[in-house]
Design a protein around this ligand. Sequence first.
Ligand SMILES: [Zn+2]
Length: 267
Amino acid sequence: MPELPEVESIKRSLSSNIVGQKLENYKIYDHRTNRYNTKKPTIKESLSGISRKGKLLIFDFEHYSIIFHLGMSGRIQVNDKKNKHTRARFYFDKDTVNFDDIRRFGFINIIKAELKIDYLNKIGPDVLEISTKQSRIIIDKSKKSKSLIKDFILNQKYMSGIGNIYANEILFASRIHPETKVNALSSNNWKDFFNNTKKIMRLAIKNNGTTLSDMTYFLPYGEFGSNQNFLKIYSKTNCFNCEHIIDKIYINQRATYFCRKCQKLKN
Ligand SMILES: [Zn+2]
């Protein structure tokens, strides 16, 4: 569930408070959350920064990087009590950071700082940082792909940061039917796609992310995001542009909304 704007909002909220504090101890309670770690290194260092790529949140120390993937329901909470969904706790000298995850699709991966660049290179460029050259590489890959556009943009190996809610919003804004074969997109489609992606992600960050009625996502100090008030297609019944009834289908088990008048299928 947490996508680029939610993870970026979490990063910004934490950065002003936690960066500079010294990590004194940490505990990972859950074996699934811990599934990619083979060791538990001692890290008694100051947090030098918090970074993000795509949906990954990274605590940067001099010798280690702690990588969080929030999965479907992961949450970072500061100075909250341990509860039955708390999968890990990080004890800094002033504050305690909890990683809570109801469904346990998320994970924490602790790596040596020198391996961070290689680790992050395994996923595609962050959609807010895509250069012209990188966009050309993505388009080249799309020509050889048999995927549907919606699956292609959700695949983090091509580009990172887009999840299901924003995929729906971006395709609607770009007037692209989600079942369009990605190799059939025109260069104008791609131009619209990249422009709308940046626009929609920036607006969502400004709004501190999307808190849906399931209340899965909120910020580290308990505040809600407000971008749910700016969604134009996700979970809506009528088109924002033309008022036609919105179709809901499932692509790879993910809820997909589109307006058949505004997003014509051209395959
Ligand atoms: Zn419409």
